[in-house]
Design a protein around this ligand. Structure first.
Ligand SMILES: Nc1ncnc2c1ncn2[C@@H]1O[C@H](COP(=O)(O)OP(=O)(O)OP(=O)(O)O)[C@@H](O)[C@H]1O
Length: 367
């Protein structure tokens, strides 16, 4: 897919939002593509809900602009925007049946009863609930309730659906199931979804792209894979998953590559385009390696570009996974790495000597 051909459905330019002396957003720039599942991810108080509410029109920007489908949203009230918000835990009116819940927003629109019934039925069939109109809301499963809430938004024919932590109140098992369902519904509908979440795993599973927001600013905007594999900073690397951080020295540079000497892991070549801007030979930098990039090489298992022999310091066995701390000999002191291997391999015991393998491309240079 050629992403460059996608006309952005939402264009966010230099958006600042202050509440009194609190600067909730400090200059946000982003394009959201039509038909994508886009997440705003960040810790509590970072400003993600504020950004969603600005897109919805529940708040006004202090400065900067938001355009939707090519039209500036300045002075356009929430109910005139081509967006619809689905709120936390899918508040469904318990005293109304499914059709009444879905048709709720249409009551304000002056349309005939027959048209309304047809629109509601259409929205219900979009979420695979055709024929459920007369069901009482309390007769629905969690998944069906989620779909009713979506149908209630879809009936308004929005271009963009906004979701404010819709799954955060659910228990883990139901949440996993809802994530799958919401994601596949979004794909089949082809409508742009914007999700606010503080849950990294949820953002990784659901999204086409993620904007990580720290302290009112976008720290990185990328696909889940890129965020995980190539975080631009140490802060993002530890916010999304676990990472080993090692101090390393840039020992040489060519037009295309840097040579980085990493204690205990030896020298690696890193392409200039994957290196922080302004890096020079002789500089000390931080590199990151994900724990699953290291593997204990037992006799004959795997073949790795690089290996080192070290001592197991601790073992945490989780059934499907085993976590190890392993001390590898460094230039002066040993370097302790965390690693994670799937089950099926034999478990190395504390104090035992092991050979650890990794690929040269597992090492990421951080700013
Ligand atoms: N109406 C308001 N009045 C004053 N301050 C506000 C208001 N809304 C948000 N803020 C402040 O703006 C900052 C960002 O808030 P926001 O709700 O956008 O964060 P968030 O990332 O969504 O956090 P959470 O996950 O906790 O909801 C916070 O410091 C918050 O206290």
């Amino acid at each position: 897919m050629d992403d460059a051909n996608h006309q952005p459905i939402i264009e966010i330019r230099d958006v600042v939002k202050s509440f009194g002396s609190v600067k909730a957003l400090k200059g946000i720039n982003a394009d959201i593509r039509e038909g994508e599942f886009f997440s705003l991810l960040g810790p509590s108080g970072c400003g993600k809900t504020t950004l969603l509410r600005l897109i919805a029109g529940f708040e006004q920007t202090t400065s900067g602009t938001i355009a939707i489908a090519g039209q500036s949203m300045k002075d356009i009230p929430a109910n005139k925007r081509p967006t619809n918000m689905v709120f936390q835990s899918y508040a469904i009116f318990p005293h109304l049946n499914v059709a009444e819940n879905v048709g709720y927003g249409l009551v304000r629109k002056k349309i005939s009863k027959a048209d309304m019934t047809a629109e509601v039925e259409k929205a219900l069939s979009m979420v695979d609930l055709a024929g459920y109109g007369q069901r009482a809301a309390h007769e629905l499963s969690g998944g069906q309730r989620q779909r009713v809430a979506l149908a209630r938004a879809l009936v308004m024919r929005p271009k963009v659906i906004l979701l404010d932590e819709p799954l955060s109140a659910l228990d883990k098992k139901l949440r996993d199931q809802m994530q799958q369902e919401l994601r596949s519904l979004q794909k089949s509908l082809g409508i742009t979804f914007i999700l606010v979440t503080h849950d990294q795993e949820e953002a990784l599973i659901m999204s086409d792209r993620i904007a990580v927001i720290f302290d009112g600013q976008i720290a990185q905007l990328a696909s889940p894979e890129e965020l995980y594999r190539r975080p631009v900073s140490r802060k993002i690397a530890s916010f999304i998953g676990v990472m080993n951080f090692l101090e390393a020295e840039a020992t040489g540079a060519t037009d295309t590559h840097f040579t980085i000497r990493v204690p205990a892991l030896g020298e690696v070549e890193i392409a200039r385009r994957d290196a922080p801007a302004g890096l020079q030979a002789g500089q000390i930098n931080v590199v990151g390696v994900r724990p699953e990039m290291f593997t204990i090489v037992s006799d004959g298992t795997g073949s790795f570009a690089r290996t080192a022999t070290g001592t197991v310091i601790s073992t945490d066995y989780y059934g499907d996974m085993t976590y190890y701390s392993v001390a590898l000999p460094g230039a002066a002191d040993p370097v302790t790495i965390s690693m994670r291997n799937t089950a099926g391999r034999s478990i190395a015991r504390d104090g035992s000597e092991v050979t650890v393998g990794w690929g040269a491309d597992s090492i990421v240079l951080l700013e």
